[in-house]
Write a protein that binds this ligand. Structure first.
Ligand SMILES: [Zn+2]
Length: 239
């Protein structure tokens, strides 16, 4: 069996057998990998401590037919500040959870690895009310779900847009309104995020519009995950 080495972000883990865990990793070059970490539940294993969700590791893996096996792990970033702050911890865990649901096994997704590792670094550097929403909107856009924000997604009307429909994937005019109400400032924030002006968005303090954008991002991500599960015909997957 061959051993390979890669950078990875830990997405999660689950119990396996008597003493082992399966760790789910988003690697830089090999996509999402499930690997058995042997003996981590029996003793105070140092390997186990390095494989907490959100940790950024340099890992050696022994390839197997279905599951790989963890050979060696070096912790690169634990993202400790993020872990010590409940709100940031919640945001970071939501990021790895969404990424876990979206990525297929063993299919290289370097752009997603980069998006996730940058977002976790940024979140560890400083709190930002829009961090998770920005991550979700960017992830959706990479997945091909860029919302229509400039004209009504139903009729093409260029006038005032008053609501947002996550299923239809965009804003609606007054005559077509479905979904939830959206304000002009919120639309402007989503345009900033998707237009690549991320730093401006992340510097924004809490506000009504920021809360609205956060809420919409959660809804849009949930709708996307449901759509995806339905299209795969899978309703009950591990993690
Ligand atoms: Zn319309």
């Amino acid at each position: 069996m061959s051993v390979y080495r890669d950078n990875a972000v830990v997405l999660g883990s689950y119990k396996f057998g008597e003493a082992d865990r399966v760790v789910v990793l988003l690697t830089e070059n090999h996509g999402k990998i499930r690997a058995v970490a042997k003996g981590v539940r029996k003793t105070k294993s140092s390997i186990g401590a390095r494989l907490e969700p959100m940790s950024h590791v340099d890992i050696s893996l022994r390839s197997g037919r279905e599951l790989d096996t963890v050979d060696q792990v070096k912790l690169i970033y634990a993202h400790q500040r993020l872990r010590d702050d409940f709100d940031r911890l919640r945001q970071g865990l939501s990021m790895v959870e969404a990424m876990n649901k979206i990525t297929p096994d063993r299919e290289p997704v370097q752009h997603l690895y980069e998006l996730l590792s940058r977002a976790l670094h940024a979140l560890d550097e400083r709190p930002a009310p829009l961090m998770l929403a920005a991550f979700f909107w960017r992830l959706l856009s990479i997945e091909g779900y860029t919302p229509q924000l400039d004209v009504c997604v139903a009729c093409g009307e260029e006038g005032e847009l008053v609501s947002f429909d996550v299923v239809e994937g965009g804003a609606h005019c007054g005559s077509c309104r479905t979904g939830v109400p959206i304000s002009a400032p919120s639309l402007a924030i989503i345009r900033l995020i998707l237009g690549g002006r991320m730093n401006e968005a992340l510097a924004m303090p809490e506000s009504m519009a920021v809360n609205e954008v956060n809420h919409l991002a959660m809804e849009a991500m949930e709708a996307h995950l449901e759509r995806r599960l339905r299209s795969l015909g899978v309703f009950d997957r591990h993690l």
